[in-house]
Design a protein around this ligand. Structure first.
Ligand SMILES: Nc1nc2c(ncn2[C@@H]2O[C@H](COP(=O)(O)OP(=O)(O)OP(=O)(O)O)[C@@H](O)[C@H]2O)c(=O)[nH]1
Ligand SMILES: [Mg+2]
Length: 264
């Protein structure tokens, strides 16, 4: 069984049962209203500056927030940097464990989050414009889950055309195989934590497909969801060649279809 340690300012440690793994989390004396969960993997080149910039851009918003850096499997200096950041800034927590696995890190980060509202971001995006728009929508009570879509009318996808087409094809497959009714499952997300906790816990497939399973389960579970258009740019070359990704994506889609359609 994994032990998940959130490193941050320690005001007491509590073990919280029922999340599928033992959890020890440093509790701060006041609960933040917003938890920003950011998965990180081999990000030593940008981690420090991204967190420092993010804190600066959040300042004018006046939010009470925590940033949870959810790392696993990094081979570079990411873990040490994340720990350094969590010691330096009281609102930054870092968790670190196991093999590289985006979905597992996200799930654990979300389950550790204490905020009433949770934002799922990516370290190369840290898109505070999305944060602000999404939190405004959650605050109006219009939706419990907000998804930033790069494929919705009004969105700007400035990545190479091939990547845009691949994202469209992937969403098309989700529509055909799983009846997905939105346009994008991989965009940034913000949600009301208590409304989506069961959905997160129900997700069975890890790695990259977690994002799709989470959104599709939310939709099938009747969660009020709103997509908003976002702008995405390619900030760095993809770590894995698009064509090399295809077999794994197809395998994952089959797993996801079995998880949702058969296992329920
Ligand atoms: N914990 C964890 N985080 C990951 C893993 N793979 C990717 N990430 C993080 O997930 C976020 C998105 O990953 P990217 O590599 O930017 O993937 P992408 O956005 O699909 O691809 P790009 O368009 O090339 O940026 C980043 O914050 C990564 O550090 C992983 O195996 N484990
Ligand atoms: Mg990225």
């Amino acid at each position: 069984m994994d032990t998940l340690q959130a490193k941050g300012p320690s005001h007491g440690v509590s073990s919280i049962p029922g999340v599928g793994y033992e959890r020890s989390v440093a509790m701060a004396s006041t609960e933040p209203r917003i938890s920003i969960v950011i998965p990180v993997y081999n990000e030593e080149a940008i981690l420090h500056s991204a967190v420092v910039d993010l804190r600066e851009r959040l300042k004018p918003l006046g939010w009470s927030y925590e940033i949870i850096l959810a790392e696993n499997g990094s081979k570079d200096g990411t873990v040490a940097l994340a720990q350094e950041l969590s010691l330096k800034y009281s609102e930054v927590k870092s968790i670190s464990m196991g093999e590289p696995n985006y979905g597992k890190a996200m799930k654990q980060g979300i389950l550790l989050a204490r905020g009433e509202l949770v934002i799922c971001d990516e370290i190369d995006l840290c898109d505070t414009d999305f944060h602000r728009r999404a939190i405004d929508i959650l605050d109006t009570g219009e939706a419990d889950l907000v998804i930033g879509s790069k494929l919705l009318a009004g969105a700007e996808d400035d990545r190479p055309m091939l990547r845009h087409v691949a994202s469209q094809a992937y969403s098309g497959l989700l529509k055909v195989m799983l009846g997905f009714r939105g346009t994008d499952t991989h965009g940034l997300k913000a949600f009301r934590r208590t409304a989506l906790l069961d959905t997160v816990r129900a997700c069975l497939v890890e790695k990259d497909v977690f994002a799709s399973e989470f959104v599709i389960r939310a939709d099938r579970g009747g969660i009020r969801t709103k997509e908003i258009p976002v702008r995405v740019m390619e900030k760095r070359p993809p770590s894995i060649n698009l064509f090399k990704r295809v077999p794994n994506v197809l395998k994952s889609l089959i797993k996801l279809t079995i998880a949702i359609r058969i296992r329920g």
